[in-house]
Design a protein around this ligand. Structure first.
Ligand code: GTR
Length: 320
């Protein structure tokens, strides 16, 4: 016990011993914007609680793959978790609307939506699942990469096997484009491409780069089918152990870390793109997105079924 406390204090570089150390999970390595943003959130929280609350970030999937860490967070084994919204889709209906292909016209559109009322409503939906939604982080836009051929039009997707995050929406998305989808944990993608279990996957520049997937999948097509935000969530069990004042401090520190995250994200997107291009990956930028957008109709029809979800989708589309 004492060992953990002093180790955390040393980790945070603070003199005061932490009364509470919140364990936070992330699939990405140190230096990745999400990891650094949660560390920053921890520093703010530590300051506002006079050193009483500390946050320790377990990066590089040390605590497990996202689907499993989400369950652990619901159980209170893990206190905080920074994850994509995607893996929540099968669990929390409302998160589906932010995971629909081409729902956001741009990152600016996504920011306006998540920073406003709709964003708050979706965060609130986590409450019914033993989780507290704290903040949204950026994740750029996701595009397809594969090792077989450049995708220059929708016809080129035909028959290719892509890994997707564990969400039915993404399986249906790839199917609707004529490819074959395999949901699997992030950590298995590299070797699965290498051994030919799949031809490729889809992700943003920083993940494509930091995971090393660009080493085994040499064609990247900027079709930008998803702008799905990341979320920082907390275990309701861990949250409710704290005083109202400390709960408010956590919410505030999380909100304050968003601006910092967006800065880190913009810089990393550029750096990752440069690294991937320099490595010789063929990047296909000239692509007619309209056929991709049009083919998503059945995905919307299948997943946006309740009146509540339909209303959310309309409200998102109406945000200028
Ligand atoms: C990344 C995201 C991760 C994880 C990963 C994936 O962009 O930051 O949280 O969801 O994608 O594809 O599994």
């Amino acid at each position: 016990m004492l060992g953990t406390l002093s180790a955390s204090a040393a980790f945070m570089g603070v003199a005061a011993a932490c009364e509470v150390t919140l364990k936070s999970s992330d699939t990405h390595p140190e230096g990745y914007p999400t990891v650094e943003a949660v560390k920053y959130m921890g520093e703010l929280l530590n300051e506002s609680t006079d050193g009483r609350i500390c946050v320790e970030v377990f990066h590089s999937a040390q605590l497990g793959e996202e689907k499993d860490t989400i369950e652990q967070t619901q159980l209170g084994v893990i206190d905080m978790n920074r994850v994509s919204l995607g893996p929540f889709n099968n669990l929390i209906e409302e998160t589906k609307v932010f995971s629909l292909p081409y729902i956001f016209r741009s990152t600016e559109h996504m920011h306006k939506v998540v920073d406003g009322e709709i964003g708050d409503e979706v965060l609130e939906a986590f409450q019914d699942h033993n989780l507290v939604g704290l903040a949204y982080y950026d994740s750029g836009s996701r595009s397809f990469y594969n090792k077989q051929r450049p995708i220059a039009s929708i016809e080129d997707v035909d028959g290719l096997k892509f890994r997707v995050m564990q969400s039915d929406i993404f399986v249906d998305m790839v199917d609707a484009l004529g490819g074959n989808a395999t949901p699997m944990p992030y950590g298995e993608v590299y070797s699965s491409i290498q051994t030919g279990v799949i031809d490729g996957a889809e992700n943003n520049w920083p993940s494509f780069e930091s995971s090393g997937h660009y080493e085994v999948a040499g064609y990247y097509t900027l079709d930008q089918h998803l702008i799905v935000p990341e979320v920082l969530v907390m275990s309701k069990a861990s949250f409710e152990k704290l005083s109202d004042e400390d709960q408010a401090a956590i919410r505030e520190a999380a909100k304050q870390s968003v601006g910092k995250m967006r800065e880190l994200w913009a810089a990393r997107e550029k750096a990752s793109e440069e690294k991937v291009r320099a490595a010789g990956v063929e990047v296909i930028t000239e692509i007619d997105k309209q056929p991709f957008i049009d083919s998503m109709k059945p995905v919307y029809e299948k997943h946006v079924t309740s009146d509540a979800l339909k209303a959310l989708v309309t409200r998102i589309q109406e945000v200028e």
